[in-house]
Write a protein that binds this ligand. Structure first.
Ligand code: B12
Length: 274
C-alpha cells in the first residue's frame, strides 16, 4: 500500500488495511455502485477492531457508540487525504452497505480467514473487527494495490457450530439469535426463552466467544470503542436516552420498540430493570 496512506491509517490506529483492484472484488449490489455515479477502479478495505471486554446482556459490537459513526469518520479522513493528492478523483465510503462483498474483499486482501460462523477472523483481533471500505476511480497501482490472495478458511473445529444457540450454524434453526433480537414484531415463546437463556437484549456473541481464534482477543487500541459504553441494557437506560443519544447506538436501527421489547422479555414487563 501507498506509504502515506498507510501512515494516515496508523495515525487512526488502523493496522489492517488492503488496496485491491475493484475488478477483483465480488460486486454484490451493482445498484449502489451505479448510484455513486462513477466507475470505481480501486477499493481500500480496512478493519476496525472493536470492544472485547465483558458485557452483561448486550453484544460487544453494540455496547459502544454506533460503529457507523466511526466508519464514516475514517472514510471521510481517507477521502480528504487522498483528495489532496488526486483532486479530480471520485470516492465513496461504506461500512455495511457497500456495492462489494466486504467480507470477501477483506479475505482476498489478506486481512483474515473465513470462519465457519460466516465472519472474517483476523490474526490479531479474531473476529471482533468491523469492516469498512472506500471505493475510488484512482488507478489501483497508484495506491499500491496488491494482487488478491487465495481465500483461506478456518480449521472447521466445530466450536461455533456447537455453541450456536438456535442451531442455524448446524443447519438446524430458522434464524440466528442475533437476528432474532434485531427482528421487528412479536417473537415466539421459544425465541423469547432463548433470549432469556442466553441473556441477550441485543445481538449474540456465542459463536464468536467459543471460537478458538477469539480465546485471547487483543484489546482494541481505538479509543472510540471505550466511550459511553453500555454493558447492561434495561428500560431505565433506554428511557434516559433522548433522540440524539438513542440514534448514536448500533441498536437504534430498528427503532425504540425493538430494544424495548427485548428488555421487557428479559426483565418482565413492569418488573424492576436491574
Ligand atoms: C444484515 C447483516 C446482519 C444480519 C444478518 C442477516 C443475514 N444475512 O444473515 C444480522 C443483524 C443478524 C447480523 C448479525 C451479525 N453481524 Co452482521 N451484517 C449484516 C450486513 C449489513 C449484511 C450481511 C448480509 O446480509 N449479506 C448478504 C448475505 C447474502 O450474505 P451471507 O448470507 O452472510 O452470505 C455471504 C457470505 O457468506 C459471503 N462470503 C463471501 N466471502 C466471504 C468471506 C468470509 C470471510 C466470510 C466469512 C463470508 C464470505 O458469501 C455470501 C454471499 O455474499 C453485514 C455487512 C456486509 N456488507 O457484509 C454485517 C456484518 C456481516 N455483520 C457483522 C457483525 C459483527 C455481526 C454480528 C457478529 C453481530 C453480533 N454480535 O450480533 C452478528 C453475527 C452473526 C453471524 N454469525 O453471522 C460484521 C462482521 C465482521 C466480521 N468480522 O466478519 C459485518 C461485516 C458488518 C461490518 N461492517 O463489519 N448481521
Amino acid at each position: 500500500m501507498n506509504g502515506k496512506l498507510s501512515e494516515l491509517l496508523q495515525s487512526m490506529n488502523i493496522e489492517y488495511c488492503a488496496v485491491l483492484p475493484y475488478a477483483d472484488c465480488i460486486e454484490a449490489t451493482p445498484r449502489i455502485r451505479e448510484r455513486s455515479g462513477f466507475a470505481p477502479k480501486a477499493v481500500i478495505i480496512y478493519l476496525l477492531p472493536y470492544y472485547t471486554g465483558k458485557t452483561v446482556n448486550i453484544s460487544g459490537y453494540a455496547s459502544s457508540l454506533d460503529y457507523h459513526i466511526l466508519l464514516r469518520e475514517v472514510g471521510e479522513k481517507i477521502i480528504f487525504f487522498l483528495s489532496s493528492y488526486y483532486p479530480n478523483a471520485k470516492f465513496r465510503s461504506f461500512g455495511d452497505h457497500s456495492p462489494i462483498d466486504e467480507r470477501h474483499a477483506a479475505l482476498i486482501g489478506g486481512l483474515g480467514i473465513a470462519g465457519d460462523n460466516g465472519l472474517l477472523i483476523n490474526e490479531k483481533y479474531g473476529s471482533y473487527v468491523f469492516i469498512g471500505d472506500v471505493i475510488t476511480d484512482i488507478d489501483p497501482d497508484l495506491l499500491g494495490a496488491t494482487a488478491p490472495i487465495e481465500p483461506v478458511g478456518c480449521e472447521h473445529c466445530g466450536a461455533c457450530r456447537s455453541a450456536c444457540p438456535t442451531g442455524i450454524l448446524r443447519g438446524e434453526g430458522a434464524d440466528c439469535l442475533s437476528a432474532i433480537t434485531q427482528r421487528k414484531g412479536e417473537l415466539t415463546e421459544s425465541e423469547k426463552a432463548l433470549m432469556r437463556e442466553f441473556n441477550t437484549a441485543w445481538g449474540c456473541d456465542r459463536c464468536q466467544s467459543f471460537c478458538p481464534h477469539n480465546h485471547t482477543p487483543r484489546l482494541t487500541p481505538i479509543e472510540f470503542f471505550y466511550r459511553d459504553r453500555i454493558d447492561l441494557l434495561n428500560r431505565e437506560i433506554l428511557d434516559s436516552m433522548d433522540a440524539a443519544a438513542f440514534s448514536a447506538r448500533a441498536f437504534a436501527w430498528r427503532g425504540r420498540a425493538v430494544p424495548e421489547r427485548n428488555v421487557d422479555i428479559l426483565f418482565g414487563d413492569g418488573a424492576e430493570h436491574k
